[in-house]
Design a binder for this molecule. Sequence first.
Ligand code: FCB
Length: 457
Amino acid sequence: MTEFRSSFPKDFAWGTATAATQIEGAAFTDGKGLSIWDTFSRSKGRILGGDTADVACDHYHLWADDIKRMQQLGMNAYRFSVAWTRVQPSGRGRAVDRGLEFYDRLIDGLLEAGIAPWVTLYHWDLPQGLEDAGGWTNRDTALRFAEYAHIVAERIGSRAAGIITLNEPWVFTLLGYALGTHAPGKTDLSGAFKAVHHALLAHGLGVAAIREACNAPVGIALSMSSCEPATDSSADERAAAAMDELVNGMFADPIFGRGYPSLLEPFMPAFPLDFEADLKTIAAPIDFLGVNYYFRHVVREPRANAIPEGLSAILRFAGIPVEVVPDAERGHPLTGFGWEVYPQGLHNQIARVHERYKPTALYITENGATYPDILEPDGSIRDLERQRYFELHLEQCARLIDDGVPLRGYFAWSLLDNFEWAEGYSKRFGLYFVDFETQARTLKTSGAWLRDFITQT
Ligand code: FCB
């Protein structure tokens, strides 16, 4: 089939990734508390089409069939997240056994099916009770996270192949507290940088709590993008370096003991006075780094009439003028999100991470694409663009392995079409198509391709 398949070693982890809010549904079942996404999706105009995650893929009830689907895909690993609000409904206090039992059943089912469970502790669903006390802008949230991490690790740690503290802290801090497009929908830049620091502290304290409770390998999943200058002018190169510090270095540097990048200096007044002391906790050694790769950033010195918005507005505040070159102007195909398809960026970014931070092991903890899938009258979904997307990105993974980078696994986003945050159900990323009325799942052409790729010997 594809020549580069042979680059992947026999013990490579092949999986799909999901998140509790996006697939579980059962938002008010068995004592689950309210999360910030439950609240956010109830505030008018926040989610496209007014969608909520109340039912989603009803995976809370259909998990056993979903494990069969993973088996049908030939997967030997599965990355999912635990909903904090099932374990501690308000984010503090005694654990709810019924909530933990769901994850017991899921994990035991996975192990019986020969699928290694990779557990994310926090995939954006902060208990509303903690948000009411300031959420990630409140240092106490980091302490509460460590307590929750200990509860879960003690219960399931001996059965987990790996535990991921946080998923994409960049997204839940900056989109949640600065740009306001994700829950809790705040737009306060200095609060957002406090959130950044507290999320990092939560990770560091979480690592210690997990290690105390079990022997599972521990890591974190960071969203990372290669940041490239539009031209080789020094102004464009400066812009790319600043963007890199903002989207990659802000989390990876402190985690790997390098402290905060200099770009953050203007934001440091928002940090706690003794933040330097926290840096040691944050730099607790980890066993692996997970990277979620979707796209790159191409940036340049701003044109005269460029309006700073989103990331460039944040960078403007730091005194660095940067303009993002729109994806559509880069001459490559785009996904249904309007994201440029740029597989080379996965290679560039992972190679850079390997060189700069030297993590013991690396995993692609998410990679995938949305397209407007069509269910044909014959019941098929011929998503050839997504198939090609996977093929091109796996080719880059193979190159990395050939170059000696310790890439140990690949998790496709996602097993099922699901609740895509602020986009509701309008953006499908699954290997299985989901009919949200009937909960019927249909394997897409890309899923069949991936299965054949993985199971090819
Ligand atoms: C990532 C998220 C994941 C999913 C994909 C498309 O940023 O971690 O939950 O929404 O994007």
